[in-house]
Design a protein around this ligand. Structure first.
Ligand code: AMP
Length: 314
């Protein structure tokens, strides 16, 4: 299974990715985690990314595309992966498409966690205090200023991916404001349904008008988004029915004309009987001939008798 989790910072992508790792036994590929590791290790990539990340900006597409290209090559990603925080821009999404195509792989789903921005700030603040309570180091970008910049970057560069994947009918949206368990349940429901997941966007509708079957998950409900396809099916059914009726009518007309012709032939048959018919007619004729001879004999006998009586009387 290959998935993308899409959503602004603090939407819960990491939490849901962890649950999916447990459930499906696939790896979570978080570009944020990989970059933080690079920063911590002081690699050339880490050095380039460090300041950009701390300010809440986006690291260059080339760097993250390179990281992902290497990572999905590794053995543990063969079974599948959850991309968390990648792609974040349209060029990254296009690069991912190319990478997957080269490897003959396909995405199963892109799941967008939709959240209310006001709540995001609260969530990030909670995360900071939880980390501090556990004695963990707080992320360099977990502060109000960097968060505002990260949200801006999300709106400007990442949100267009909702349309990008919507147009490809690969996107499903879940209510990220629901409880963690409810969001997990919504995601599970989406993943259990095979096939296209997206509610076609108006752009997609304009592009590829008829063949639309989509599913959108919102507030725990799954909705078939293919009214167009349903209508098309109904139209087709009516057409087929009409065609069938036409064929039936045609064959009925043909049958009655055949019956008329058969009747005519039968009549003709009586005038010009077949061999068997001729035999029957012959037998009948012989019988009536014999009956006529019998009657004639009787008449002759009666006449002879009459004549004898006359002679006697004389
Ligand atoms: P995250 O942990 O996903 O919130 O990412 C933390 C930071 O890492 C982001 O604010 C960016 O500076 C950087 N980053 C992570 N993923 C990407 C990406 N796909 N493209 C660009 N920058 C990224």
């Amino acid at each position: 299974m290959r998935l993308i989790l899409l959503g602004p910072p603090g939407a819960g992508k990491g939490t849901q990715a962890q649950r999916l790792v447990q459930k499906y036994g696939i790896v979570q590929l978080s570009t944020g985690d990989m970059l933080r590791a690079a920063v911590a290790a002081g690699t050339p990539i880490g050095l380039k990314a460090k300041d950009i990340m701390a300010s809440g900006g986006l690291v260059s597409d080339d760097i993250v595309i390179g990281i992902i290209a290497d990572r999905i090559e590794q053995d543990d990603a063969r079974k599948g992966f959850i991309l968390d925080g990648f792609p974040r821009t349209v060029p990254q999404a296009e690069a991912l498409d190319r990478l997957l195509k080269e490897k003959g792989l396909k995405l199963d789903s892109v799941i967008e966690l939709k959240v209310n921005e006001a709540v995001l700030l609260q969530r990030v603040e909670n995360r900071i205090s939880e980390m501090q309570a556990r004695g963990e180091a707080v992320r360099a970008d977990d502060n109000a200023e960097a968060l505002a910049k990260r949200l801006d970057a999300y709106r400007a560069q990442t949100e267009p991916l909702v349309h990008y994947y919507g147009d490809k009918r690969a996107l499903a949206t879940v209510d990220g404001m629901a409880s963690i368990d409810e969001v997990t349940a919504q995601i599970s429901r989406i993943l259990e349904v095979p096939g296209p997941k997206a509610k076609p966007t108006s752009r997609a509708k304009a592009k590829a008008a008829p063949k639309k079957v989509g599913i959108v998950a919102k507030a725990g409900k799954r909705v078939r988004a293919s009214e167009t396809s349903k209508r098309a099916k109904a139209k087709k059914a009516v057409k087929t029915k009409a065609k069938k009726a036409k064929v039936a009518k045609k064959s009925a007309v043909k049958a009655s004309s055949l019956a008329r012709r058969a009747k005519k032939t039968a009549k003709k048959g009586r005038k010009a009987p077949s061999k068997a018919g001729k035999r029957v007619v012959g037998r009948k004729a012989a019988a009536s001939k014999r009956a006529a001879q019998k009657v004639a004999k009787k008449v002759t006998k009666r006449r002879a008798k009459g004549r004898n009586q006359l002679t006697k009387r004389r």
